[in-house]
Design a protein around this ligand. Structure first.
Ligand code: GTB
Length: 215
């Protein structure tokens, strides 16, 4: 049974924005049970964890001889070893993997940048200007993503690992007001959140927050 790592005390307060959520969701989609090792910020910077995750972050994934870091690599590993998260034909699979990389390399970066500007540049006189520039870059990507989705239900034919990564990446914009400009993407997130596997993953990470805040 694989073991993953997650925040002992998630800064997102259980809303499921930390990247263990995409790993939990993938494991739930394929029906693979898993253990979770909760780590503190201090533990993540210690040699034991750095041996697994050189950047001192969560999530990680261990299963027998296999030790992985980077949520995208973990989701791909899970998708490749089970059915149901990647198309079975070569062309469809390649297309879905392209969308996985697009989520991580093209759509997610300005979204993550937004959080840095918001939280780490709060004392800078140019914060508002920088935030507006980053928001424009985000809108460019969301315009393109919404156009590509059009009438599609999922990004690559049926539901796939690409949807796990894309939905989770854009969910990080919740609360910014930007997502509401994109009904196509709001519907996409709502569809994903209705999936039983998503709900189980969400509940599991929420339970960590609840237990942590009850003592
Ligand atoms: N590229 C890596 C991956 O995809 O696995 C990035 C992993 C990563 O950023 N991990 C974060 C982490 O461990 C947690 S998920 N940070 C601690 C550190 O770097 O010291 C990012 C995250 C954190 C918090 C919220 N939040 O509070 O809303 C959302 C997302």
């Amino acid at each position: 049974m694989p073991t993953i790592t997650a925040f002992k005390s998630s800064p997102d307060k259980g809303v499921g924005l930390a990247r263990d959520m995409r790993v939990r969701w993938s494991l739930e989609e394929v029906g693979q049970s898993y253990d979770v090792r909760l780590v503190t910020f201090e533990e993540m910077k210690q040699p034991a964890h750095l041996g697994l995750q050189p950047f001192g972050q969560i999530p990680t994934y261990e299963d027998g001889d296999v030790a992985l870091f980077e949520s995208g690599a973990i989701v791909l590993h899970i998708a490749e070893r089970h059915t149901g998260m990647l198309p079975s034909d070569e062309a469809g699979r390649a297309r879905a993997i392209s969308w996985m990389f697009a989520a991580l390399n093209t759509v997610e970066p300005p979204i993550v940048e937004r959080d840095y500007v918001k939280y780490f540049e709060a004392d800078k006189s140019w914060q508002a200007e920088h935030l507006s520039m980053v928001d424009d870059r985000i809108r460019t990507r969301l315009d393109q993503l919404a156009a590509a989705m059009g009438e599609l239900i999922w990004l690559a034919g049926g539901f796939s690992a690409a949807d796990v990564l894309m939905v989770h990446a854009i969910r990080r914009l919740e609360g910014s007001g930007i997502l509401e400009e994109y009904p196509i993407l709001m519907d996409y997130i709502a569809r994903a959140a209705e999936r039983p596997a998503y709900k189980r993953a969400f509940d599991a990470q929420y339970e960590v927050f609840q237990k942590g805040s009850s003592h």
